[in-house]
Design a protein around this ligand. Structure first.
Ligand code: G4P
Length: 524
């Protein structure tokens, strides 16, 4: 390990924000980027979204429905740290994209609306983080509005998520009288995020704190802070890193309260890039040789250039511009001639990137989701998941002459993770599978615009799809032979069983005890 690599790794914080739509993820993102100097004015994240939408036709879907389809990465610096924020689509129809992105982070910020508490999508995303033991920092947002009592919010987190809480800051006042944040651990306060350095105070009852509060609420709010200080669990680093405890911060992203506390917390508590499990061994972030994996493909980020970017999470070593890497799936070399870093407003050529960094690699279809890149070592990172689709459709094409073009286009869309593609063994037309219906809209729009292929979707006679495998030799082949009409192959040629309904699946699962019917498959 060189000192340079070790130093770079220790400074990296790679994270995502998980939340229910409307809790304030976009607003918080803007504020974080503002602190990092990545954007000049708050509002640019949204402004940028709008610009991209008007330039790109297929993203009309996004504009019309007011949702964010695009996942991207934003890098910024604050203090001594380099932060890589991996953005995720807000709409649950693109949930599989979000889950894949969560495989590439080391920690997450969970944003909760102070009036609404834990909402369904927060719960779902939290569960995904828990499966991977991703440490979570909680930000309770919108304290400037009518909100619940902080104890009630802490209690809800503990009850609904079975997660211990340790409030590090406490709101000074709430709603109209919200005037700052008080740090329970070290007796400092910030009157707003404009207070760059925290101000040392003599406890909540001091004039510096209590004096900020309106007289009629003062006693009650000071008592609440004192109780928070006395009664709440202290922060425990090990429990946090193991995913059992979340430090909690209160604030208002819109009004500039508590975001500085939060970013500093992520810098000081947030884990540096973790060791990653590959099939043959565990790869330490500080190893000298570069390893990385693709967790997302994004087409059309620049609609003028029809580009296709593979987002790669570096797991170890140094990814250098111009280096030749080995694409382990094919065994072939790939030249990394123009890796890119992304900022809110722009992208730049990445000369070197370290573990935890995410770089975009422009390519024309060479890279797929789940691909591993190394400096020659034969190893595969596992765990970028593929979820069994919930909607299955056949693609109907008006012009039969274009069947070959459609096949190629679907293959590409599947490699990008837009949809999953299943080729039936009996030679019938391909079936596409998605987790949410909006993915079908995106597919239709992109086939029309990028490939001039107007398509429609037909109901397939199947609604359930499972990957089949077995520990007993020959068992899968026997199953396939006796269900030929209900078997298809995915992009990697792995067999899936297609059933008309859950009942049909359960019936077969009962009869074929040695066959596994999996709802999740790792890529590769
Ligand atoms: P999302 O990405 O999680 O979906 O949420 P977003 O940041 O877009 O915020 C949703 C709404 O909540 C926005 O209002 C935003 O201004 C507001 N908001 C975010 N943080 C705070 C906060 O700390 N306090 C208050 N009072 N409001 C907050 P909107 O009216 O839907 O959008 P806009 O027209 O203001 O952009």
């Amino acid at each position: 390990m060189t000192d340079k690599i070790a130093d770079a790794v220790s400074r990296r914080r790679t994270f995502a924000i998980i939340s229910h739509p409307d809790a304030g993820k976009t607003t918080l993102t803007e504020k974080l980027l503002l602190f990092g100097g990545a954007i000049q004015l708050a509002g640019e994240v949204k402004a940028k979204k709008n610009r991209v939408q008007t330039r790109s036709d297929w993203m009309n879907i996004e504009r019309e429905r007011g949702i964010s389809v695009v996942t991207s990465v934003m890098t910024f610096e604050y203090g001594d740290h380099v932060f890589n924020l991996l953005d995720t689509p807000g709409h649950e129809d693109f949930a599989d994209d979000t889950y894949r992105t969560l495989t590439a982070v080391d920690s997450a910020i969970m944003v909760i609306d102070a009036a609404k508490g834990i909402e369904p999508r927060t719960l779902k995303l939290f569960e995904v983080c828990r499966l991977r033991d991703i440490p979570i920092v909680t930000f309770v947002n919108k304290l400037d509005r009518e909100s619940r009592d902080p104890f009630e919010i802490l209690d809800e987190i503990e009850q609904k998520l079975a997660l211990d809480t340790a409030p590090v800051t406490w709101p000074i006042g709430r709603g109209k009288s919200f005037v700052g944040t008080y740090n329970l651990a070290n007796n400092t306060m910030r009157r707003s995020d404009d207070d760059v350095e925290p101000i040392a105070v003599n406890g909540p009852e001091s004039d510096a704190v209590a004096g900020l509060l309106p007289e009629h609420e003062r006693e009650m709010l000071v008592e609440e802070m004192l109780l928070g200080k006395e009664a709440c669990r202290p922060f425990d680093m090990q429990a946090f890193r193991e995913g059992h405890l979340t430090p909690v911060y209160f604030g208002s992203a819109l009004r500039n309260f508590g975001v500085r506390d939060l970013i500093e917390a992520l810098g000081s508590f947030g884990p540096a890039p973790r060791a990653q499990d590959a099939d043959s061994r565990r790869v330490e972030a500080t190893e000298e040789k570069m390893t990385s994996f693709v967790f997302k493909i994004q087409a059309n980020m620049d609609p003028n250039h029809r580009d296709r970017i593979a987002f790669v999470r570096v797991c170890s070593g140094k990814l250098q511009r111009g280096m030749k890497a080995k694409l382990v799936r094919t065994g072939k070399p790939i030249s990394l001639s123009a890796p890119q870093f992304f900022f809110a407003k722009s992208r730049i050529t990445a000369d070197e990137a370290f573990a935890g960094d995410v770089v975009g690699i422009p390519n024309h279809g060479t890279l797929r989701i789940g691909d591993t890149l190394t400096e020659g070592e034969e190893l595969l990172f596992r765990g970028v998941p593929n979820f069994a689709p919930e909607i299955l459709r056949r693609v109907r094409l008006g012009d039969a002459m274009k069947a070959k073009k459609l096949k190629e286009a679907l293959q590409q869309m599947a490699e990008e993770g837009v949809v999953q593609l299943f080729t039936p063994e009996d030679g019938s037309p391909a079936i596409v599978g998605v987790v949410g219906a909006l993915q079908l809209d995106v597919l239709k729009e992109r086939l029309k615009i990028e490939y001039s292929l107007p398509v429609d979707f037909e109901m397939a006679r199947f609604s359930v799809c499972r990957w089949i495998s077995s520990d007993e030799p020959g068992e899968v082949d026997r199953f396939i032979a006796s269900h030929r009409g209900d078997i298809a192959r995915d992009l990697d040629d792995d067999p899936v069983f297609l059933a008309p309904h859950e009942f049909g699946l359960n019936y077969e699962a009962d009869r074929w005890k040695a066959v596994r019917f999996a709802t999740v498959k790792d890529y590769q």
